[in-house]
Design a protein around this ligand. Structure first.
Ligand code: BMA
Length: 922
């Protein structure tokens, strides 16, 4: 036995006492991290102990590249080439993904001290195709980055140990698998992405974040590495791995928690145990489940399942954001397990813990005949209330899985909440998110539409692939199922549509691909998801988009999965005017729609090299098959884009792309929201996409650095609980005024709408009309249809004027919207606003985690300033009180808050860029 290495060079161990097992992240665990101190080690009667293996050396195949002292999570790009997201390095550094890599770890182990325990070596995430060896013995092969792998290593451990994880090139592994399938005439398309993606081929061969081989918004940076913790787990009999709690309301009289406690057990024999549940806020006494003390637990399928009633008066219900609080109740489980006798004996028992928090809510997906008489509704009812789902689609927060930090995830989810979202869809080309992600979603009230990780492809159905998928789905579904935020599981993104619409040329072997599709998603993925079926969660859907439950009639491959009368749709059309509500369909639920824009100029500055031509870099990162054409086309319909040879072209293109995106998404979202109380009964709008994996043209509302594009600022208004909407109706040449109210109770006193007519050339409205209105709680008040000609007459023409509508309570403006009767590029009277701004006051707040600087900026104009846009030219994350606003008053104050490493007292005027559309009028 060698002594434990105390200096941490080869052995960086942490001990957790009273540990709770979980699949990554520090999920509410009681976690005591102590440095590796020899005499603290040891299985003391009933302890489960954890040793983290944290210090790794990474080497490539020919040993020309080596890096030591690497902690987890880790990947080859972040270790060797963190500059992969700069300039053209996505191409220049691609060779790393063609190499094979070895992660090695030398650690000391006190064999004598631990001799009684079973010792598992557990990898929470290896990305992805690898062989694992301990002291030169093969422990096993991995092929799935989403799976936790455990190996029993008691007999292999010695004083000094050599652990190696040999990871194969992801690109070459995928190719090898594809070549094999081709050779047996079972190719599985798509082979390669289109050229514009600069991507890698055969992503669908590997169980790995699909977007890491490139996407239409992301680079190929095919990671390889150990992206989650690695632990030695020492215990004697069994530990709690996960707990699922299915909460349901019984006859309105009490709540029931149906608890499934999933254990991992070692050894060959069945065992006995006693589980104790502590729920201090819900139950007066701990609950001891000890019938299992009398009856053995199966070693092969060790699950402890029981029901626990909770009196209704003990519970405050959990609500989605905007509808109530998110009360969460801690549950704490401890397990004592032992072998061979009914009475636990000190020497042979083991004890493990698990803590989690549950929320009490009911949730149904209501699919009943729709009011328009064709098809079904598709709406979520939470705690008995029909709730319009408003939100976005979440992609990984970084293209490198090991770089997805709590800090960035927290910022994105909090930004979603601030923008009044109540649902995010975790899209199927990314990763199953961390425990932290779902815990935060629970506490922010963001419901999660959870795809399984299959997107935009056909997939293999060989036995190895399917068994890996089953393990992946089982582990991840069990891990996240107890979260009140998790609203629904869906097995894939767009693969049903791809199949029936022949996106990947599968028609030539239609029967094979259809049967493979059903095999994978119905016989395997859904089959596993049934394990976690909850009484307060709808049955999983097979695809998004799909016809919901009606797709069963066509055995889950519908002739039109995009049917507006059923289920959810994804809608994109770049050929029409995105600012015109008539461009859009009238579906039941829209789980994707959106428009591209470019991140702000300063984000580009941060990711380009000094001599890179910005426009060329934008083009390189524009992966859309149509290039920049859709963005430019929408911009040119409405805004005065300079000629490409003009000096200010790129600045204008970036700024205008954000206006065009924000306005189109506003119009589309407002239309869907306003349809909720029509016979269409549209009840959900999740736009594509919340965030970015690098700085690139994309559909996101928040850029890679966490800064909000105009879209996200505007989303906060167009998703507000109470909002006024004025949508143009071409057939009658009028504006349709609707008042949306998501509040369940609302004071309807003293409400009015004010219609202001402005001329482009002068500040302040030239004419105002006011009328009294009311609101409909949790519904839409269809207020008025006003012919444009009633508002614009006399001196007001469609080109010299624009309209502004306020919803007011007394004099307070609750919500505001605009209508521009002509293209802004063609408007008459937009002139230089003579804009001046001053940084009026500064404060600096030293919070526990960041230093938060705030400034107020006073903006003065002499004529209306169109879509005033502010950008901070410093490498900090910041938010403004508003952005992209119409300034029709002489003076306006905007607040800017940013996080920086110090109190930035020297923020100067020149650290800000202020743009208006006026600057570009010809
Ligand atoms: C949808 C998504 C993504 C894609 C987006 C924008 O179909 O599922 O595949 O990034 O459209 O094209």
């Amino acid at each position: 036995m060698g002594p434990l290495n105390l200096d941490g060079t080869n052995c960086k161990m942490k001990f957790r006492y009273g540990y709770s097992f979980h699949g990554g992240g520090a999920s509410g665990a009681i976690l005591v991290g102590l440095l590796c101190v020899f005499f603290f080690c040891g299985v003391r009667g009933d302890k489960v102990e954890i040793i983290e293996l944290g210090n790794w050396t990474i080497t490539n195949q020919n040993r020309s590249l080596t890096i030591a002292n690497q902690t987890l999570p880790s990947g080859i790009y972040s270790a060797f080439a963190p500059q992969v997201l700069n300039s053209y390095n996505d191409i220049g550094l691609r060779y790393l993904a063609y190499d094979n890599w070895t992660y090695s770890n030398i650690f000391q182990f006190d064999v004598l001290h631990y001799k009684r325990g079973h010792i598992n070596l557990t990898f929470y995430g290896i990305d992805a195709v690898a062989e694992v060896r301990l002291n030169h013995q093969l422990l096993g092969r991995t092929d799935n980055m989403f799976v936790r792998y455990s190996y029993e290593v008691s007999s292999l451990l010695q004083g000094e140990n050599f652990l190696e994880v040999e990871i194969k090139s992801p690109v070459l592994s995928a190719l090898a698998k594809a070549n094999y399938l081709n050779s047996v005439k079972k190719n599985v398309p798509p082979e390669c992405p289109i050229e514009r993606y600069h991507g890698e081929c055969h992503m669908n061969m590997l169980r790995k974040m699909q977007a890491s081989f490139s996407w239409d918004w992301g680079p190929a940076a095919p990671s390889a590495g150990i992206w989650k913790e690695v632990q030695l787990e020492i215990y004697e009999v069994a530990v709690i791995r996960d707990v699922d709690v299915d909460v349901s309301l019984i006859n309105g009289s009490h709540w029931n928690m149906h608890i499934r406690c999933y254990l991992d057990a070692v050894g060959e024999t069945d065992f006995n145990g006693r589980l104790t549940l502590y729920a201090v806020e819900l139950l007066d006494h701990p609950v001891v489940v000890d019938r299992i003390a009398l009856k053995t637990i199966s070693r092969a399928t060790p699950v402890i399942e029981f029901d626990q009633a909770v009196p209704i008066e003990k519970v405050v219900t959990w609500w989605p954001n905007g509808y109530g609080g998110q009360k969460l109740y801690p549950l704490h489980f401890t397990l004592k397990a032992w072998l061979g006798s009914e009475v636990p004996d000190v020497r042979s028992k083991t004890k493990s813990h698990k803590s989690l928090r549950v929320g009490f809510r009911t949730l149904e997906l209501v699919e009943v005949p729709a009011p328009d008489g064709i098809g079904n509704t598709f709406l979520f009812r939470v705690n008995g209330v029909e709730i319009f789902m408003k939100g976005s689609n979440y992609i990984p927060s970084h293209i490198l899985p090991e770089m997805q930090t709590k800090e960035q995830i927290g910022h994105l989810l909090r930004s979603a909440k601030e923008a009044n979202m109540n649902m995010l869809r975790v899209w199927g080309g990314g990763v199953y998110e961390s425990d932290y992600f779902y815990q935060l979603a629970d506490s922010l009230g963001i419901l999660i539409w959870q795809d399984m990780m299959f997107a935009c492809a056909m997939y293999p159905v060989g036995d190895d692939f399917l068994s890996s998928v089953r393990e992946e789905v089982r582990q991840n579904a069990i891990r996240i199922s107890h979260h009140p935020s998790v609203a629904i599981f869906v097995t894939n993104n767009e693969n049903e549509a791809a199949l029936v619409q022949n996106w990947y040329g599968t028609l030539f072997e239609k029967d094979r691909f259809e049967s493979d599709y059903r095999e994978l998603y119905l016989a395997n993925v859904i089959h596993e998801l049934k394990l976690v079926s909850h009484s307060s969660r709808p049955q999983p859907l097979v695809s998004s988009p799909s016809n919901g439950k009606a797709s069963e009639e066509e055995n889950y491959i519908s002739s039109n999965p995009q049917d507006n009368q059923y289920g959810d749709v994804h809608f994109y059309d770049y050929t029409k005017d995105g600012w015109d509500p008539e461009t859009y369909p009238r579906p039941r639920f829209v789980s994707e729609y959106g428009f591209q824009s470019f991140p702000g100029s300063y984000a580009w500055q941060r990711s380009k090299n000094g001599d890179d031509d910005l426009l060329a870099l934008i083009r390189h990162r524009q992966h859309h098959p149509l290039g920049n054409i859709p963005v430019i086309a929408l911009v040119e319909r409405h805004l005065p884009l300079p000629l490409p040879e003009d000096e200010n072209y790129t600045t204008a293109l970036i700024y205008f792309s954000q206006i065009a995106q924000a306005m189109a998404t506003k119009v589309e979202t407002e239309l869907y929201r306003s349809l909720r109380d029509t016979p269409h009964k549209t009840m959900g709008a999740l736009y594509w996409q919340l965030n970015d994996v690098w700085v690139a043209p994309s559909w996101s509302g928040i850029d890679f650095y966490g800064n909000w594009k105009l879209l996200h600022y505007w989303a906060r208004d167009f998703l507000a609980p109470v909002a006024i909407v004025a949508l143009y109706e071409r057939s009658t040449d009028s504006l349709n005024i609707s008042l949306i109210c998501d509040l369940l109770e609302v004071d309807t006193q003293d409400l009015s709408v004010v219609a202001n007519v402005h001329v482009w050339s002068q500040l302040l409205p030239r004419q105002s009309t006011t009328w009294e209105v009311t609101l409909r709680p949790n519904g839409v008040q269809y207020d008025k249809v006003i012919p444009i000609s009633n508002l614009l007459k006399g001196q007001f023409t469609r080109s010299n004027s624009f309209l502004e509508f306020h919803l007011r309570r007394g004099h307070e403006v609750i919500s505001r919207t605009y209508f521009f009767p002509s293209s802004i590029a063609a408007a008459v009277g937009i002139a230089d606003p003579d804009l001046e701004y001053e940084i009026a006051s500064r404060t600096c707040l030293n919070t526990t985690d960041v230093i938060r600087n705030s400034v107020s900026i006073t903006i003065q104009v002499k004529r209306p300033a169109v879509f005033v846009y502010l950008e901070l030219l410093k490498p900090y994350r910041y938010t403004l009180s508003e952005n992209g606003f119409m300034q029709t008053v002489p003076m306006h104050v905007v607040y800017l808050t940013f996080d920086s490493p110090s109190c930035a007292r020297l923020l100067r005027k020149t650290d800000l860029r202020v743009l208006t559309v006026n600057d570009f009028m010809r």
